[in-house]
Design a protein around this ligand. Structure first.
Ligand code: HEM
Ligand code: NAG
Ligand code: NAG
Ligand code: NAG
Ligand code: NAG
Ligand code: NAG
Ligand code: NAG
Ligand code: NAG
Ligand code: NAG
Ligand code: NAG
Ligand code: NAG
Length: 328
């Protein structure tokens, strides 16, 4: 081979690598291969909401817990197997994440219409948007083209997903670690405008907060009394409370007015407004006063979160069963 030819061959390889590494998600990825993908996803979710209004909340949370661990690659959906230590058994997910049966129903419907085409990671992104808009929240153009991982990262799920017991500094650091900023943190926390939380995720605030012998002083006293009834001392740690006591299944900006009324359910919720001097305070007040501003920011932040390190091009695979690696 002449040296000129070799240089040319090298250039072609370099260009190919460059294109692959910079492959971007886009909204039209399935426009030819599965043009009806959004309405199929939406249809299955509409059905699932009829049997349980909580399902939409559970689905958007899966996308969040997927994206924060090795990027949005469907890793959270893999079950235990010889080579897989499932993320479902990680501390933030065990006995907590749900909606996996709905994901499987969506996958089945898509495999019937467009076999082998739509990734499980993209299903989570599409399901998140459909769940929000069906609950009265904003719509946005979901960026697509993610592929599915062949591995899971249980240790990463234990350490990378924010905990409700952490302070604002720690939670901000976990968002920052995946490229999300303070506005993303406040906007995305607004997803706690629907869905439920178990007593064990907030009961440390109700009786003996930080060893003080008293409840968390930031808790609204009438809300505190209600929560103490829902979660009595020595009661079941798995009893559920609405994350938004005002409109439990509607996607609106009441989450932020709740914080202003000291009715944030999780410590990590109330901290956004009650941490003195925090940059999050003015953003909470903005979203509380202006639902349009919240919806716009939320849609943008969902796109930002959905862009966390996707597998694209020929990396990963399109799983035919979201619970298993192909051929595994
Ligand atoms: C900011 C840090 C966050 C923390 C500490 C946090 C923590 C939690 C906790 C402890 C629960 C209750 C789980 C249970 O009791 O089983 C929960 C539920 C939920 N979270 Fe978050 N979360 C955070 C951010 C987010 C984000 C970014 C989203 C989505 C964009 C989200 C969406 C949800 C939803 C919708 C539920 C209700 C799920 C259901 O009812 O099944 N959260 N979260
Ligand atoms: C969307 O992304 C895919 C894969 O990167 C690419 O083939 C396609 O041309 C892109 N579409 C647009 C409109 O950019
Ligand atoms: C797309 O799916 C929806 C809901 O399942 C259905 O009503 C519609 O007829 C489908 N459209 C096409 C072009 O297949
Ligand atoms: C989940 O619940 C099961 C049954 O209630 C229990 O045996 C298991 O220890 C729980 N796991 C975690 C991590 O809490
Ligand atoms: C993750 O946390 C769970 C629950 O605390 C624990 O059982 C598991 O061993 C941890 N996994 C790894 C890989 O650290
Ligand atoms: C947040 O928690 C970390 C770890 O427990 C601690 O080092 C830090 O001082 C706390 N920050 C604030 C502002 O309370
Ligand atoms: C509250 O917790 C602290 C530390 O765990 C403990 O020393 C104290 O006795 C508890 N107070 C009450 C009233 O239970
Ligand atoms: C909770 O259980 C502990 C130990 O079993 C007991 O000492 C305490 O009185 C109980 N508290 C309530 C409110 O029932
Ligand atoms: C407590 O919540 C109620 C609404 O339930 C509200 O009217 C009141 O202002 C709140 N109190 C404080 C101190 O935030
Ligand atoms: C609410 O937010 C939207 C979007 O950012 C903005 O265009 C509008 O002017 C705001 N409205 C008020 C009353 O501030
Ligand atoms: C409120 O949020 C919107 C949307 O993020 C932003 O455009 C606007 O500048 C904010 N307004 C204030 C007063 O912070």
């Amino acid at each position: 081979m002449s040296s000129q030819l070799r240089v040319a061959a090298l250039l072609v390889v370099l260009l190919f690598l460059l294109e692959r590494s910079s492959a971007q998600l886009n909204a039209t990825f399935y426009s030819i291969s599965c043009p009806n993908v959004s309405s199929i996803v939406r249809g299955v979710i509409q059905q699932a909401l009829q049997s349980d209004a909580r399902n939409g909340a559970s689905l958007i949370r899966l996308h969040f817990h997927d994206c924060f661990v090795n990027g949005c690659d469907g890793s959270i959906l893999l079950d235990n197997s010889g080579s897989i230590q499932s993320e479902k058994d990680a501390a933030p997910n065990a006995n907590s994440t749900r909606g996996f049966d709905v994901v499987d129903d969506i996958k089945t419907a898509l495999e019937n219409s467009c076999p082998g085409v739509v990734s499980c990671a993209d299903i989570l992104a599409l399901a998140a948007e459909a769940s929000v808009s069906l609950a009265g929240g904003p719509s946005w153009n979901v960026l697509l083209g993610r592929r599915d991982s062949t591995t899971a990262n249980q240790a990463g799920a234990n350490t990378s997903i924010p905990s409700p017991f952490e302070n604002l500094t720690e939670i901000t650091a976990k968002f920052s670690a995946v490229g999300l900023d303070t506005t993303d943190l406040v906007a995305l926390s607004g997803a706690h405008t629907f869905g439920r939380a178990q007593c064990r995720t907030f009961s440390s605030r109700l009786y003996n907060f930080s060893g003080s012998g008293n409840p968390d002083p930031t808790l609204n006293s009438s809300y505190l009394a209600t929560l103490q009834q829902t979660c009595p001392q020595n009661g079941s740690s798995t009893t559920l409370a609405n994350l938004d006591p005002t409109t439990p299944d509607t996607f609106d900006n009441n989450y932020f007015s709740n914080l202003e009324n000291n009715q944030g359910l999780l410590l990590s919720d109330q901290e956004l407004l009650s941490t003195s001097g925090a940059a999050t305070i003015s953003i909470v007040n903005n979203f509380s006063a202006n639902q349009t501003a919240f919806f716009q920011s939320f849609a943008q932040s969902m796109i930002n979160m959905g862009n966390i390190s996707p597998l694209t091009g020929s990396s990963g695979q399109i799983r035919s069963d979201c619970k298993k690696v192909n051929g595994g």
